[in-house]
Each structure stands twice: as structure tokens, then as C-alpha cells.
Design a protein around this ligand. Structure first.
Ligand code: CAA
Length: 246
């Protein structure tokens, strides 16, 4: 059955997105990715091809409703219906609130949270009609616990889970599940951009004593995309090496 399912991963060219695309492809899904920067997308496609992955990329600014709608329309015309949506696109603009510019607040909320509305809104009716769907929202440990310097990011990531829980209730009877994954600090470019001293302090708080691997998050995404997870909805899966337990 998996070979017939199409998965869209937003922010596909980032560290987590790339690992998700590879894992889902390996597990037999028809994988399409979303990109925002053409130059990065071209390099990414070249690399994927040489690694043996047949994954198509589609342009879309997921922070903009019309751009997300156009992208999804194009995917549906060229590839087919989207069975699983992984809302993975995200950015950081870290600073203390005292120094945060309104544009850094708005950019993070639009890219990390409003994008979830923009993409989900454009796929949900089709999923309901076909009586199958998987919405997987990639949040963060920092949406659960907060993080010094991330009022914008933590607010967006916490908001995602409220969205997950509410939509899960609305679409449960249509065979559509909606879940959140909250990764901790994973070895991506985004995390490696944190000042070394600060990052060392953070890793010291992780009982496993290391950063997570992108493949570890990708494995969880593929699990939640599967047919067998039909009774799991409105849930939040922590994957943080024990950094935040509750
Ligand atoms: N807790 C308490 N106080 C802290 C602190 C902390 N965690 N970090 C810094 N401070 C204090 C400093 O000691 C300093 O105090 P004094 O003025 O008394 O000396 C004060 O705050 C100002 O510190 P800075 O000069 O470093 O502040 P800044 O505004 O220049 O930088 C920052 C702050 C940009 C937020 C920087 O601390 C930082 O980059 N932190 C990391 C944030 C982070 O973890 N981001 C995660 C990105 S990855 C991601 O988001 C993926 C995911 O989902 C996990």
C-alpha cells in the first residue's frame, strides 16, 4: 500500500527534510518535497539523483497562503493527491525579546506556524474525501519547555501542537490523523549555528549526552505516515534524548 501513497515534505532541502525524504523514499513512498531557494534546490536535486533517490521538488513560499495553495495545486496536477503532509519548514531568528524586531517575530510565526495552516488547509478536504490522510507537524522541544532567546520560535512551535490537537478531533472520523513530533537538538545546520559555548551547555543537559541524528527523526516520521498508525491522533512525540521529560 505504501508504494501508492504520496508524501509532501515542506522545507525538504534542510537537514531534517532531507533525511525525511530519503527515509520515506526508502520505505516505498512516492515523495515530493517543497523548496524555497532555487539555488539550494538545484544542488539538492543533483545530490539526490546521484544518491539514487527519485524525488521531485516544487517551489512554494509556505508562509504565504496563495503560494502554498498554488504549489499544492501544481503537485496534485503533476503527481497526484497528497496522502501525507509533513509540515517541516521552519526557521530561527533568535534573540532576547528585548532586542527582537517585529519582523523577526512575524517571519518566524509566518514561516513556522502560519505555514501549517496554509499547507494543511489546502490538502485537508481531499484527505477527508478519500478517507485517508496523515498530517505530521514538526515542532520542537523548545515549544514544550521554552528556550532563552526564542520567544518567537517557542510560541510558533507550541502553537503547532494546539493546532494538531484541535484538527485531530475535527477529522478523526474521516480516517485522517494529525500528530506532532517535537525533536530536541538534532545535528542540523540550524542547531550548529547556535554559538558553540551555548550549544555545549545545552548538550550537557541532554541525558543521552549528544545531539540527535536526522535519521532518528526521519524514522519517527515514516512510522507516523504508515497505515498501521490509524489509532494514533492528536499526539505529541518527543524525541529529545531525555532533555525534557514529563
Ligand atoms: N539562561 C539565562 N541567562 C542567559 C542564557 C540562558 N540560557 N543565555 C544567556 N544568558 C544571559 C547572559 O549570561 C547575559 O547575561 P549578563 O548580561 O548578565 O552577562 C545575557 O543573558 C545576555 O546574553 P547574550 O549577550 O549572549 O545575549 P544575546 O542577546 O546576544 O544572545 C541568544 C542571546 C542569541 C539567544 C544566544 O544566547 C543564543 O543563540 N542562544 C541559543 C538559543 C537556542 O538554543 N536556539 C536554538 C536554535 S536550534 C532550534 O531551534 C532547533 C530546535 O528546535 C531545538
Amino acid at each position: 500500500m505504501n508504494s501508492k501513497r504520496t508524501v509532501l515534505v515542506t522545507g525538504a532541502t534542510g537537514g531534517l527534510g532531507t533525511a525525511m525524504c530519503k527515509k520515506l523514499h526508502q520505505d516505498g513512498y512516492n515523495v515530493v518535497g517543497n523548496y524555497h531557494t532555487k539555488e539550494k534546490a538545484d544542488k539538492w536535486l543533483e545530490q539526490m539523483k546521484s544518491d539514487g533517490f527519485d524525488i521531485k521538488l516544487f517551489y512554494g513560499d509556505v508562509s504565504d497562503f496563495n503560494s502554498a495553495a498554488n504549489m499544492i495545486k501544481e503537485i496534485e496536477e503533476k503527481v497526484g493527491s497528497i496522502d501525507t503532509l509533513v509540515n517541516n519548514a521552519g526557521i530561527t531568528r533568535d534573540s532576547r525579546l528585548i532586542n527582537m524586531k517585529p519582523e523577526d517575530w512575524n517571519l518566524v510565526i509566518n514561516t513556522n506556524l502560519n505555514s501549517v495552516f496554509n499547507c494543511t488547509k489546502n490538502v485537508i478536504q481531499g484527505m477527508i474525501d478519500r478517507k485517508f490522510g496523515r498530517i505530521i507537524n514538526i515542532s520542537s522541544v523548545n515549544g514544550q519547555r521554552g528556550q532563552f532567546g526564542q520567544t518567537n520560535y517557542s510560541a510558533a512551535k507550541a502553537g503547532m501542537h494546539g493546532f494538531t490537537k484541535s484538527l485531530a478531533m475535527e477529522v478523526a472520523k474521516s480516517g485522517v490523523t494529525v500528530n506532532t513530533i517535537s525533536p530536541g537538538y538534532i545535528g542540523t545546520d540550524m542547531v550548529m549555528a547556535v554559538p558553540e559555548k551555548v550549544l555545549n551547555q545545552i548538550v550537557a543537559q541532554v541525558p543521552l549526552g549528544r545531539l540527535g541524528g536526522t535519521h532518528e527523526v526521519a524514522h519517527l516520521v515514516s512510522f507516523l505516515a504508515s497505515e498501521e498508525t490509524s489509532f494514533i491522533t492528536g499526539a505529541n512525540y518527543s524525541i529529545n534524548g531525555g532533555q525534557h521529560v514529563y
